[in-house]
Design a protein around this ligand. Structure first.
Ligand code: ADP
Ligand code: MG
Length: 716
């Protein structure tokens, strides 16, 4: 029967484990008790004293994940009166979801502790979304948004305490923030400086890298050399047993599903946390898990723990709607077992209580400079050993835990890198370069700022070359000493730097205005920025046929960008109240459309254009050429020519395929493949794909490509 099948197939992956007793603490409804019981709470006074001490502008707090750093420290600061609505405490997060989720949690905690507080005393700011008010004193924001804040408030004068959280993640933005904050400290905390307005920086990190942070902030303040103290908060930890797959796993999604079922049907109480790489994979696993579980139950398989026979599956990924984010934290009823299917958000950013079992796929999705393509691609890569340890540690917070690694012990030893290279060394730098230069830092990646780790000169040249070609930078003076010194931000560059998106996208918008199609570009850019495939793909063959028929009406002959535009326009013309039904009927993700619409409104506000110019003809049809030409102004590097079969990228000259989701994945019926295309993204799975692809004329980008080639040569 199915019983045997599951056990056989699972024990093929792992040996047997023993059940554990229930160590779960009795759930307390009182938020104040919960706060008090966190390890960090015992260090409250010490933390506050240190932050108040004028001789200590930087303090490093290092504690295991789940100790209460993120939720408690900003509250301590607020409760001690060091922060207020006019001098806020900022807490940065590398991830949007974490910023939102933690802000909402802290708001709840703050009101539970003191019901008289104003609404939104704790709020958040993420790209395209600001949930703060004049009463907000505790502000969670992505690290990128805090940097952006410096465009309008270069001294960050609205903050008295900056907490740089999750510093060990070493994201590009976190590293830039480190550099900026160090510079700002020297200006704001020196009594002799015209900017004198002392503030404190709290660096908070899981236990890694704290010595590196200390060395970075060792600096001369007045006549003394300052070195930040490290506050170490011991956490409670239970041992975690690690199990490796005996043989290499073929597909980690089915392997994860089997492992979850084995744990559920054979092991003692405790919730399960599963690390996968992205939304689609998680939704896929969720379906498989539900189906196989229900089949097993129908076939008479019984849970070892009768009283927790039910399973509650909760997904956790970046674009999860706000309401569902809170579901993740809902206490598990006693008769059920919660299974959280998460991206690496749950690795350190968010702590879910009562996890006893961790299932680790061993992979993570990240944006990376691809060694083969030289292009920036989204890809699924093995995690580092440090990550693997973090993931395992999530199992040991409430009781002795178990971590199932869906890879062999040998693969762990030989194939996982020790740690991940900091993002600043493996990413495009055009966006930060333009931003920093706009803030007035002339040579940010050269002599003007101090970084934890420097990017390679080649990365900086590439970024400068791209920005010069786009026209966001221009050569200012004849000074051959240093490339950076010769460039300044153009008027257009300043505009583009204001927009919270990559420069290429901002330039495309700007070009939309020039080409008389800003109205259309706003929609295309909003759809691209929503970063969400709006077309719903059902699982059944029948459903897929119906969806394909429904989607056909939106497909543009010119390619995917215009398809996105026609979808957006169709959706916009439907009255609000009917949109959900319309999306359902047309197999379109309603939330993806709403998000694009929200982004579009924000962009309009930023550009201050109430009536953006449109290229639509009298009968409402939209000519493709101006829209695609405007896109080309920004994305000229994202072009490829047809070489019979694959496409060849313009640079680097690599052969790639068109992603199956694109209109041009197959030749159009009775037609030829377009000779030259523009694409939005490179995605690497087993092979390299270009995604969101449109037909263009080579002539539209030829000048720009030549100019780029010449600039690149000049900079050698
Ligand atoms: P750290 O930053 O040290 O990793 P956190 O401050 O994130 O720790 O977490 C402290 C506690 O707060 C954890 O027990 C976590 O489960 C809880 N917590 C965080 N967010 C929520 C939420 N939205 N709902 C319920 N509990 C939460
Ligand atoms: Mg945290």
């Amino acid at each position: 029967g199915i019983d045997l099948t599951i056990d056989d197939r699972v024990s093929f992956i792992f040996g047997q484990t023993s059940g554990e007793e229930d160590h779960r603490p009795p759930p307390s409804d009182d938020i104040r008790d919960v706060r008090e019981s966190l390890p960090i709470s015992r260090y409250r006074d010490e933390i506050i004293q240190t932050i108040k001490d004028p001789r200590i502008p930087v303090v490093i707090v290092s504690a295991a994940t789940g100790s209460g750093k993120t939720t408690q420290i900003p509250q301590f600061v607020y409760e001690a009166g060091i922060a207020s609505a006019s001098k806020r405490v900022a807490c940065t997060q590398p991830r949007r979801v974490a910023a939102m989720s933690v802000a909402m949690r802290v708001d709840k905690e703050a009101h539970a502790t003191n019901p008289g507080l104003p609404k939104l005393v704790s709020g958040y700011t993420i790209r395209f979304e600001d949930h703060t008010s004049d009463d907000t004193a505790i502000q969670f924001l992505t690290d990128g948004m805090l940097i952006r804040q410096m465009l309008s408030d270069p001294r960050l004068s609205s903050f008295s305490v900056l907490m740089i959280d999750e510093a060990h993640e070493r994201t590009l933005q976190t590293d830039i923030l480190f550099a900026m904050v160090k510079q700002l400290l020297l200006a704001r905390n020196d009594p002799a400086s015209p900017w004198y307005d002392p503030f404190t920086v709290v660096i908070s990190s899981a236990t890694l890298e704290r010595l590196k942070f200390r060395d970075f902030f060792r600096m001369k303040l007045g006549d003394t050399t300052f070195e930040p103290p490290i506050l170490e908060v011991p956490g409670r930890r239970f041992p975690v047993s690690i199990y490796y797959s005996v043989d290499p796993v073929r597909g980690y999604v089915p392997a994860a599903v089997l492992t979850i079922l084995q744990v559920h049907f054979t092991q003692g109480p405790g919730d399960i946390l599963v690390f996968l790489t992205g939304q689609e994979e998680i939704e896929d696993a969720q379906r498989q898990l539900r189906e196989q579980h229900d089949t097993a139950v129908r076939n008479g398989l019984e849970c070892a723990e009768e009283e927790m026979a039910e399973i509650i599956i909760v997904p956790l990924y970046a674009s999860l709607p706000r309401a569902q984010q809170m579901d993740v934290f809902a206490p598990t009823p006693r008769h059920a077992r919660k299974i959280v299917l998460s991206t690496n958000i749950a690795e350190t950013s968010l702590t879910i209580d009562n996890i006893v079992y961790v299932v680790d796929s061993g992979y993570v999705k990240m944006k990376d400079f691809d060694e083969d393509t030289g292009a920036e691609a989204l890809q699924i890569v093995p995690i580092s050993k440090a990550s693997a340890e973090q993931r395992a540690g999530r199992a040991g917070r409430v009781a002795p835990g178990h971590c199932f690694r869906l890879y062999t012990a040998d693969a762990f030893k030989r194939e996982l890198p020790e740690s991940t290279k900091p993002e600043i060394q493996r990413t495009k730098l055009d966006s930060p370069l333009l931003m920093l230069k706009s803030i007035g830092i002339d040579n940010p990646f050269g002599t003007d700022l101090d970084f934890l780790d420097c990017p390679a000169p080649e990365q900086v040249r590439l970024a400068a070359g791209g920005l010069l070609t786009l026209g966001a930078l221009q050569v200012s003076a004849v000074d051959t000493a240093a490339v950076m010194r010769r460039t300044m931000v153009t008027e257009m560059g300043k505009l583009v730097a204001q927009l919270p998106m990559e420069p290429a996208m901002g330039v495309a918008l700007y070009a939309g205005q020039q080409h008389g199609c800003l109205r259309e570009m706003l929609s295309v850019v909003a759809m691209l920025s929503a970063d969400w495939d709006p077309f719903f793909k059902p699982r059944t063959k029948q459903g897929q046929r119906e969806a394909a028929t429904a989607h056909e009406g939106f497909v543009s002959q010119e390619g995917d960008h215009l398809t996105l535009l026609s979808l957006f326009n169709a959706w916009s013309s439907v009255p609000d109240a009917q949109r959900d039904q319309w999306c359902h009927d047309n197999f379109v993700h309603a939330r993806a459309m709403q998000r694009a619409a929200d982004i579009r409104v924000q962009l309009m506000n930023m550009l201050g254009s109430a009536e953006p110019v449109s290229c639509a003809l009298g009968d409402g049809t939209i000519p493709a050429e101006p829209v695609l030409r405007a896109l080309c102004q920004g994305f000229f590097m994202n072009t490829a020519s047809y070489v019979g079969g694959p496409y060849r990228l313009v640079r680097p000259p690599l052969d790639v395929r068109v992603h199956p989701s694109s209109k041009f994945a197959r030749p159009p019926p009775g037609g030829k493949m377009p000779g030259f295309v523009l694409f939005h993204q490179v995605v690497k799975t087993r092979c390299v794909y270009i995604k969101t692809v449109s037909k263009i004329e080579k002539a539209w980008v030829e000048d720009l490509l030549q100019r780029y080639g010449k600039i690149a040569l000049d900079m050698m």
